[in-house]
Write a protein of this length. Structure first.
Length: 171
């Protein structure tokens, strides 16, 4: 009886605290993030799909850089929206993995260049590649609206994406 009186409020408090948290964090001071009107920036959704199964290191939050500066850290099963300055942008993602026959821990880094234009909306997904003994890594890639809708159907919008979820976009 004593445990019920103490544990119930603690468990309830923890559940409320965890439901309010997300593991995605955006670096709002990044030089490519702009609060200019939507006609002067590109609206870029960053999407981190869930994996089919538990993937060890590949389940950790992913640090993402834009033009060599930390842009965001994105959690599995979440997506966010960032208004970005238009131009050619290198998006890089870094992850840790088990690598080789001895399961050594190795850092994997992949980058892709994107040309983003003002007034447009883009969807960049971090696709997991399971290279088995060569390790798992993520490749940032552009996807279309239809694919983005399918991917994010059961995902959690975070930050600015809460006000503009992908499911509400026309097209």
């Amino acid at each position: 009886m004593y445990y019920r009186i103490i544990l119930r409020p603690i468990v309830l408090l923890l559940l409320v605290a965890l439901s309010a948290c997300s593991s995605t964090r955006v670096e709002n001071e990044h030089p490519l993030i702009s609060e200019a009107p939507s006609s002067e920036v590109a609206m870029v959704y960053f999407i981190r799909p869930r994996t089919e199964r538990t993937m060890g290191f590949a389940d950790n939050r992913l640090p993402v850089e834009a033009d060599r500066f930390h842009l965001l850290t994105i959690g599995k099963g979440e997506y966010t929206l960032i208004p970005m300055v238009p131009g050619n942008v290198w998006i890089s993602v870094t992850s840790m993995t088990n690598w080789g026959a001895r399961n050594a821990i190795k850092e994997m880094n992949r980058s892709s260049q994107f040309n983003i234009e003002a007034g447009e909306t883009y969807f960049i997904a971090f696709n997991l590649v399971d290279g088995e003994f060569r390790g798992a890594f993520f490749i940032p890639g552009m996807i279309d609206l239809r694919t983005a809708r399918e991917l994010t159907q059961h995902m959690r919008p975070v930050g600015r994406a809460r006000k503009s979820p992908i499911s509400s976009l026309e097209g």
